[in-house]
Design a protein around this ligand. Structure first.
Ligand code: CA
Length: 226
């Protein structure tokens, strides 16, 4: 079955071209031209991935992203114009997995889509991992704290799992981009920073003074030692 991609872009030509290009690459597509329609199609079309323009009529891309993240971890890639780079961080903070600048190289877009749709890698001895108060049920794809389930996106889960599997190792941002995002090439390390912040806001007692995902200054991140 072909993966379904929802293309949210208000420029009609651009939307149609993207849908055609993705259809030629073997995906099923559907297009939305404003933020309200994007939310409707998210529910009725149930896409496997969403390409989401930042500047949209009715509801901004960041607001669309936030609304979808309330109920779903579906991969979201933001489309941003060169001039909207400050909105990159806003988009990532709203829960987008990645972003790509317009105009983009189609092969780069495809590479990013493929990376986001690849199955999550499970540890070979997939059982339970622990970091402090967190129990990570790898096979069940669930994180619990004091018995309560914490809702993470697949990408946040993969980030946490990667750190928990090698509790003594410090991961550089580049290593995490490769392991968690699946990028072999140079990508924006702010992706890692923002996702670590989001993850902390869900799992830490005090996200400003994290104990579970710890920063190694000048190096990267590691699992907290308990
Ligand atoms: Ca636009």
């Amino acid at each position: 079955m072909a993966h379904k991609i929802l293309v949210v872009e208000d420029e009609l030509d651009m939307n149609r071209q993207l849908c055609e290009f993705l259809a030629n690459a073997g995906y099923e597509t559907n297009g939305a031209h404003d933020g309200g329609k994007a939310i409707d199609l998210f529910h009725s079309y149930a896409p496997d991935l969403i390409l989401l323009d930042v500047q949209l009529p009715v509801l901004m891309g960041t607001a669309v992203c936030r609304k979808i993240r309330e109920v779903s971890g579906v991969p979201i890639i933001m489309l941003t114009a060169q001039t909207e780079l400050d909105q990159v961080i806003a988009g990532l903070e709203a829960g987008a997995d990645d972003y790509i600048k317009k105009p983009f190289d189609p092969s780069e877009l495809l590479a990013r889509i493929k990376a986001r749709l690849r199955p999550i890698q499970f540890a070979t001895d997939a059982g339970e991992l622990k970091i402090g108060p967190l129990v990570i049920d790898v096979a069940g794809h669930e994180v619990r704290r004091d018995g309560e389930r914490i809702s993470l996106t697949p990408l946040e889960f993969s980030l946490l799992q990667t750190l928990a599997e090698k509790p003594k190792q410090v991961f550089s941002r580049e290593m995490l981009l490769e392991k968690v995002w699946g990028y072999q090439y140079k990508a924006d390390t702010r992706l890692v920073n923002v996702h670590v912040q989001r993850l902390r806001s869900k799992i830490e007692d005090d996200p400003e003074h994290p104990k579970i995902v710890v920063t190694e200054r000048g190096v990267g991140y590691k699992a907290g030692q308990f």
